[in-house]
Design a protein around this ligand. Structure first.
Ligand SMILES: NC(=O)c1ccc[n+]([C@@H]2O[C@H](COP(=O)([O-])OP(=O)(O)OC[C@H]3O[C@@H](n4cnc5c(N)ncnc54)[C@H](O)[C@@H]3O)[C@@H](O)[C@H]2O)c1
Length: 382
């Protein structure tokens, strides 16, 4: 089958830029898709960051330190932009105004003002498809929970919890980087880094935070720079947000946590939902497993544990008995973005990448959480 090529430019050739290149190179993994991404151009302010692309991605014909070169190139259909948060506003606005489709990285602006500016550009360019990166919902266990939610299997939600936890910052010797500086990462700290991952599924379920009590922690307050000199580490390490969320005509408690310092956790993303008819839990700590408990009045309350194996949104060559991992979730997310670009609301499966509206909802929540931390009060969201 001849596949429609979507010609991509990558702006920001760091950690996540390379993940996209790897996903595009593994497109043969996916079955029955009539489209594929082709990375034709790259941009990074640091020329050395583009060397890996030049060496490993033969389809790249343009490499530039100025992102405008990519925006002016008529041969490029869409941009993946993965740059530090202080650059999101300028770059995302220019990308959208250039008429290129955009998969942008979270948090979609360093703060709510930047996010508003990005949303204004999106509103002014309704034909441009803009989505925000979020790959964890494509893990088979998480995807299954999303499917159960779409099917209305949970009954009334009793309460829910979701989180994203790391631990390497427990080591005070870890060198400072842009993600630990307010000027480049933003005042949200760990919320801006980890929060959209935590909120994507809950927001997609239609859960609207009505209020939040945010308790934020700065645990390691200084770190060595590259010369070993101790410098301030200004950003919030951990955030626990206790929210009342509304869904349909009732509300329930939802606990969202984003932690850079959760001892022993390496990239643990999880979601737990208790419902009157079904409860379910998934964590990347146990990536092929989903636990669930269906319930009807009078039933014994027995949890079931299922090895859900390799069954995600888009069919692949991988056998169902094999395990799914982070790089597989990235491939699936990219398939969802390209599917939406090509097929619009007739996507091949129902779960799409995070929307600008969902990103905006996270900004309202994180801004309220900062206020809650400052005032030690519960803050009402409208
Ligand atoms: N989806 C995920 O799982 C995930 C994981 C990590 C980071 N991220 C997000 O991805 C984005 C980038 O993070 P990263 O970890 O890849 O960072 P990184 O530091 O590894 O890469 C960022 C790159 O941007 C380049 N850059 C800086 N200024 C630039 C400019 N003006 N023009 C072009 N390039 C420029 C840097 O030189 C660097 O190579 C952030 O928004 C971050 O929150 C997402």
């Amino acid at each position: 089958m001849a596949r429609k090529e979507i010609r991509f430019g990558v702006i920001g050739c760091g950690l996540m830029g390379r993940e996209f290149a790897s996903a595009a190179a593994r497109w043969l993994h996916l079955l029955n898709l009539e489209f594929e991404p082709k990375i034709v151009a790259v941009c990074d302010a640091n020329p050395a960051a583009m060397d890996w692309f030049k060496d490993n991605v033969p389809s790249v014909t343009t490499a530039s330190t100025d992102y405008r070169t990519l925006l002016n190139d008529r041969n490029i259909d869409a941009i993946y932009c993965a740059v530090p948060h202080n650059l999101h506003q300028e770059l995302y606005v220019d990308i959208v105004n250039s008429g290129k489709h955009l998969l942008g990285e979270k948090p979609f602006g360093i703060d709510i003002k930047a996010n508003d500016a990005i949303n204004a550009a999106i509103a002014a360019n309704p034909d441009v498809v803009v989505r925000c990166s979020s790959e964890f919902p494509f893990y088979p266990g998480a995807y299954r929970i999303g499917q159960w939610m779409r099917e209305g299997k949970f009954g009334r939600i009793i309460d829910a919890e979701a989180g994203f936890w790391h631990s390497s910052d427990l080591d005070p010797r870890k060198q400072i980087n842009w993600k630990r500086m307010v000027a480049s990462n933003g005042e949200y700290g760990c919320m801006g880094d980890l929060g959209l991952h935590v909120l994507h599924m809950p927001l997609r379920f239609g859960w609207k935070p009505k209020n939040v009590r945010g308790i934020l922690g700065k645990i390691v307050t200084e770190r060595p720079d590259r010369n070993g000199k101790m410098v301030p580490c200004e950003t919030w390490d951990n955030a626990v947000l206790a929210c009342e969320v509304s869904a349909e005509n009732y509300s329930f408690p939802f606990l969202a946590s984003m932690k850079r310092i959760a001892p022993g956790h390496g990239n643990t993303w999880f979601i737990k939902i208790s419902g009157t008819k079904l409860s379910a839990e998934f964590t990347t700590r146990n990536p092929k497993r989903v636990a669930y408990m269906p319930y009807a009045p009078g039933d014994e309350q027995a949890w079931r544990v299922l090895d859900v194996s390799y069954a995600s949104a888009y069919t692949t060559i991988t056998g169902g008995i094999f395990e799914f991992g982070f790089s597989d979730s990235i491939v699936q997310m990219w398939a969802a973005f390209c599917d939406e670009l090509v097929n619009g609301d007739k996507m091949k499966q129902p779960f799409g990448c995070a929307t600008p509206e969902e990103a905006a909802a996270t900004h309202r929540l994180f801004t309220a959480a900062l206020e809650s931390q400052r005032t030690s009060q519960t803050v009402i969201l409208d």
